[in-house]
Design a protein around this ligand. Structure first.
Ligand code: PLP
Ligand code: COI
Length: 339
């Protein structure tokens, strides 16, 4: 086993042994290839470089107490990548190729899957790019699908701890009829300036409102939002947010915990009424929100006075982690166990 300080991993890139690639040429997907190099040999006129024809995914593999590795909701990520292909006119990666590539990337890099006790996991990053050349604004005819993995710790410092977020109306992440619902690189480029400013001001991430009216809640940086009040789990319905697979899972688990679940437009003032709030995503898991400061209106919405996560955030977090690590039964067929 490699000498890695598993317990102190951040959320960053670490070289692993192999990555998996598959090329789309002449209208067909080829065979999976195993590569050791971290570099791609790419045409300088590739559409991914000029016109943003690219999408990526993020999912995780976990090592259980039993030593087995479990991958969470892989098919959902495959289907979401297909949606991103529709949004960007890229070739769709068939679900079987996506799943086979993910499984192969995890198995071949097994020594990088963190041990159960560390609380860390293996982040899996599928990537699809337009690799063929175009100079006119047109979709490529060639594509490259890559899957690499890297061991990670918590996305926000401190792991399962409350953190502050900030509303800043001078930046938008995505337009109502734009690309926000797809996992494409341009959305993240569009969030960098605002994200940097939020960090400099001491916040974990920007809390985005809808771009058109700035009236409703969209999402929290690279994570979805949920609030809890009156025994109800409430999460935004919006055309400009990424449909989070974690959020979809939490809605099911919230119902099982006896909460009502509502997916609807949430006016920003409603923040004042939530008993608990959280940011959720593959990387963030559940990151309970300490407070949200409205930078423009000089107002704060406070969810935790003692810095501790609320009781429902706590229950949901442990339930989800339990399923992912194999401590709780997988009653929804979310987990693929690698024997
Ligand atoms: N929102 C954005 C913008 C994201 O990048 C992500 C991460 O993938 C999420 C939400 C959470 O989605 P998921 O739970 O599928 O990881
Ligand atoms: C996720 O996978 O949850 C993310 O959004 C991660 C981020 C690094 C893009």
């Amino acid at each position: 086993m490699k000498n890695i300080d598993w317990g102190n991993l951040g959320f960053g890139y670490m070289k692993t042994d192999f990555n998996i690639r598959c090329e789309f040429n002449n209208s067909t997907w080829g065979e999976l290839e195993v590569h050791e190099s971290e570099y791609l040999n790419l045409h300088m006129a590739a559409t991914s470089l000029h016109y943003g024809q690219e999408s990526f995914e993020g999912l995780k593999a976990f090592r259980g107490k039993d030593g087995k590795i479990r991958i969470f909701r892989m098919k959902d990520n495959a289907l979401r990548m297909q949606d991103s292909s529709e949004g960007t006119m890229m070739a769709k990666v068939p679900v079987e190729i996506f799943e086979e590539a993910v499984l192969k990337a995890v198995k071949l890099n097994e020594r990088f899957v963190p041990p159960y006790e560390s609380g860390a996991s293996l982040y899996i990053r599928p990537l699809l790019i337009g690799s063929g050349p175009q100079v006119g604004v047109k979709p490529a005819t060639e594509y490259l699908f890559v899957v690499f993995v890297t061991p990670v710790g918590p996305y926000f410092k401190g792991g399962f701890q409350t953190t502050p977020f900030v509303i800043m109306r001078e930046y938008d992440r995505s337009a109502p009829l734009g690309m926000g619902k797809y996992k494409v690189g341009g959305n993240y480029a569009a969030s960098l300036v605002a994200g940097q400013k939020a960090h400099e001001l001491g916040y974990s991430a920007v809390f985005y409102l809808d771009a058109k009216e700035k009236k409703y809640i969209d999402e929290c940086g690279a994570a979805n939002f949920f609030g809890i009040k009156d025994n109800t789990y409430i999460t935004p319905k919006s055309s400009s947010i990424l449909p989070s697979i974690t959020n979809k899972s939490l809605m099911v688990l919230a119902e099982e915990l006896g909460l009502k679940v509502e997916r609807r437009a949430i006016p920003v003032e409603e923040l004042a009424t939530f008993e608990e709030a959280g940011a959720c995503g593959t990387a963030a898991v559940i990151s309970p929100i300490e407070r949200i400061d409205d930078y423009d209106e000089k107002k704060s919405y406070i969810f935790s006075n003692d810095g501790k996560p609320g009781p429902f955030c706590d229950k949901l977090y442990h339930k989800l982690r339990g399923i992912q690590y194999g401590d709780e039964p997988d009653t929804h067929g979310w987990v693929t166990v690698i024997e």
